[in-house]
Design a protein around this ligand. Structure first.
Ligand SMILES: [Zn+2]
Length: 100
């Protein structure tokens, strides 16, 4: 069983999900534009992931190449792992240190 990481686990624990992956193959993420309903294949560089302190502030976004709509969707823990494991840059938001 894969225990659920506390939160903000760094490394790429998702790597096992791509068991067939050898070397540095580019990963393509499939998504559909909610606006024009075009099925899209997005490379890691086309996606942006924002990881906030809570689920509500954790989302991924991309710009639809068809209609130029900026799409933003909530990202659950699984999606975060999938995206980061696939090379999507994650922007981590955390409250600026209190204390230290
Ligand atoms: Zn679109």
């Amino acid at each position: 069983m894969s225990g659920s990481a506390p939160s903000g686990a760094d490394g790429m624990s998702v790597a096992s999900a791509f068991s067939g992956m050898t070397g540095v193959e580019p990963v393509v993420f499939k998504a559909a534009c909610p606006d024009c309903r075009t099925g899209l294949e997005l490379s890691a560089s086309a996606l942006r992931l924002v990881v906030g302190a809570t689920h509500r502030t954790t989302f991924y976004s991309f710009t639809c190449p068809q209609c130029r709509t900026a799409v933003r969707r909530p990202a659950g823990e699984r999606i975060v792992e999938l995206l980061t494991g696939g090379g999507v840059r994650a922007l981590r938001l955390h409250a600026t240190g209190r204390g230290a």
